[in-house]
Design a binder for this molecule. Structure first.
Ligand code: GDP
Ligand code: MG
Length: 440
């Protein structure tokens, strides 16, 4: 896939001292092939490659970053650009109600997203949405939406499964006017595959409901299929935006790039879970990072450069790149890192952090940094170099010595372990010979 190809090429270039025009060309070849394979429109690919090549070859190389990283940065920036910089605005009708129609294949997440969107409209924009159950085919589809409505304490309009979806939509809008609901969210039926019957029904609903927004809901896990789905729906329905669901899974999200390029319609939201508050605005930059699989490493390095002096930043970068730091280094850098911002945010920016289960829950309380420092100071030199020797007895001793608890010591050791794992992923263990401190 796109992500893997890019990463393989990145890996080759990363760490290189100098990037030649030939290097850039080789890399662009990979990018081009991958994009074409991903069914991205040929013109878009060409434009993208031209833009990146131009910038990459002629780019002035920053002092403290290697040229290889600079090229990666350009690719990332252009990917971000390609996915659009628009904010996740939702249209508003001149005369209420604003009608939003959900479309997509079965299981994509339409019903769930209808609930999430209604929740967002009320919470963030103070709106009064009406949910409309227009999927009369899938067993229990109406019940599913009604359950969500009850859970959210929002009204759901339904007429059972004997009335046509078109009629349901018409009546729902009348009802919304009477009840002063300013948004109408129509949850439609999907099919397993695109078919003419489904499209015709959606077109009829569109004609009657005259929606301001037609969202296509796409499961991010479906990968390449998403491109065909997006293209068909866009051609036949003229969608206004895309909601990419199930990004909480381990997909790289390459679908986002293809969908955007093929439909030229913005990805407005991303689904990050099954719960009703798991709908987020789409951030092209984050998605570019995700596709590249590099976290926000560059942002992290830039941040480091901005807040600590050049020398120290280089050192930090080196540590990250060689993945060879010890608890001593950790302690030494804590004070520098502190100046860079909240620790948990920094950790999230680190490469691979999105791949580690529970990483988002990894809380590093600023107030606890003092404790962390105390714990490390209570370790012996051997323990700092080789944390694996810290057994139960040593943990108790360290806890006592630092005035903390065994649980806190355990937590720190675990977090340190996670960091090592991330660094391992990041460097691909390319630094085998350069052992400094303990081996990863
Ligand atoms: P529909 O057929 O398009 O209406 O799809 P549903 O809304 O019924 O969703 C299908 C399944 O996907 C359900 O089990 C949802 O809970 C799940 N789902 C929807 N959105 C997300 C998401 O963003 N993340 C995860 N993990 N699951 C989701
Ligand atoms: Mg549904």
């Amino acid at each position: 896939g796109l992500a893997d190809r890019l990463q393989a090429t990145m890996q080759k270039i990363r760490g290189k001292g100098k990037v030649s025009e030939a290097d850039v060309k080789a890399m662009m070849r990979e990018v081009r092939l991958a994009l074409l394979e991903a069914d991205v429109n040929f013109k878009v690919v060409k434009q993208f490659i031209n833009k990146v090549s131009e910038r990459a070859v002629g780019h002035e190389v920053m002092k403290s970053l290697t040229p290889g990283q600079q090229v990666i940065k350009v690719v990332k920036e252009e990917l971000t650009e390609l996915m659009g910089g628009e904010e996740s605005q939702i249209a508003t009708a001149n005369r209420p109600p604003t009608v939003i129609m959900m479309s997509g294949l079965q299981g994509a997440g339409k019903t769930t997203t209808t609930g999430k969107l209604a929740n967002l409209l009320r919470k963030k924009y103070n709106r009064k949405p009406l949910l409309v159950a227009a999927d009369i085919y899938r067993p229990a589809a109406i019940k599913q939406l009604e359950t969500l409505g009850k859970q959210l304490d929002l009204p759901v309009f339904s007429m059972g499964d004997k009335v046509s979806p078109v009629e349901i939509a018409r009546k729902a809008i009348e009802k919304a006017k009477e009840e002063h609901n300013d948004y109408v969210l129509i949850d439609t039926a999907g099919r397993l595959h695109i078919d003419g019957e489904l499209m015709n029904e959606l077109k009829e609903i569109k004609e009657v409901a005259k929606p301001q927004e037609i969202f296509l809901v796409v499961d991010a896990m479906t990968g390449q299929d998403a491109v065909n789905v997006a293209q068909s729906f866009n051609e036949q329905l003229e969608i206004t935006g895309v909601v990419l669901t199930k990004l909480d899974g381990d997909t790289r999200g390459g679908a986002a790039l293809s969908i955007r390029a093929v439909t030229d319609k913005p990805i407005k939201f991303v689904g990050m879970g099954e719960k009703m508050d798991a709908l987020e605005s789409f951030h092209p930059e984050r998605m570019a990072s995700r596709i590249l699989g590099m976290g926000d490493m560059l942002t992290l390095i830039e941040k480091a450069q901005a807040s600590v002096d050049e020398e120290k930043a280089k050192e930090l970068e080196q540590k990250f790149r060689t993945a060879s730091f010890t608890f001593d280094d950790f302690l030494e850098q804590l004070s520098q890192v502190r100046n860079m911002g909240p620790l948990d945010e920094l950790i999230k920016m680190m490469p691979g952090a999105n791949k580690i289960k529970g990483m988002n829950n990894l809380q590093v309380d600023e107030k606890q940094i003092g404790h962390v420092e105390a714990i490390i100071r209570s370790m012996t030199t051997a323990e700092k170099q080789q944390p694996e020797i810290i057994n139960a007895g040593r943990r108790r001793r360290i806890a006592k010595g630092s005035g903390t608890s065994v649980q806190e010591v355990n937590r720190l050791l675990k977090q340190f372990e996670e960091m090592k794992k991330m660094m391992k992923q990041m460097t691909g263990m390319q630094q085998k010979g350069k052992k400094k401190g303990f081996k990863l």
